[in-house]
Design a protein. Sequence first.
Length: 311
Amino acid sequence: MINVSKLKRKFKIRIIGFSIFCFQLFSLSSCNNNENTFDASGSFEAEETLISAEATGVIKELDIEEGQSLKAGEIIGYIDSVQLFLKKKQLQSQIDALLSKRPQVSVQLAAFQSQLNTAKTEKIRIEKLVKGDAATTKQLDDINANIEVISRQIDAQMSTLKISSEGISNDAMPLHIQIEQLNDQLNKCKIENPINGTILTKYAEQNEITMQGKALYKIADLSTLLLRAYISGNQLPEVKLNQKVKVATDNGKGGYNETEGTIIWINDKAEFTPKTIQTKDERANMVYAIKVKVGNKGEYKIGMYGEVTFK
């Protein structure tokens, strides 16, 4: 007599075994279909610039916010500069007081110049008298000698006054240099943005005390981003600087957005594969980093993953 229960158990076991076989076959097929078709992968980064204070003091104004776009040369705030300004005024007063002691050459030579003009006039008169035999040549010689003496006195006095004036001007020179230094420090109290870009992080606030070299904010030009990707040693012969490549990113709908990029850097030293990065050869333990420059109109963000395909 046929045992119906035993037949049912055998049939059920065969169905389960067939199902497992089909699942394994499907899984193997899926793995083959999902095999990596890209040559490298990585994440986007930007060339970031850390802007630091160039002066020490209280931040009187810092008109920026994270995500704000700035232009190069834009003044976005300033650091308290009252003490520097007062020091500059003090130095300027010292210079004015020192320069006021310089001798007035024209005034101090006025008396000698008057004597010289009188003697020259007298010489003309005597020359006329000599021609008319109304005066002697000795009188003419005396007046010429007198003119010579006065002229030498003027030269000597002018030399003395010039030396005195130059000495005072030289004494004022260090004060002028100190004012130039203060002008430079006053200019550094103005917080001027050096490059076009977008503020990524703000580190300081208005009314805080800052010091020279302390970070105020971080900025980057996001119009172009860099995709740092990794390749194995076997792929090195396939890449070169300025090579055009295809960059793909997930569009959130199961597909990819593609654009063109340019390889601008290839590391000459190998490193261990980052845990978050996949390579074409998953067995590769050592990889080389490359940077791909990609134009950005806002669709790419720092930290976003991207995949590279060599053309």
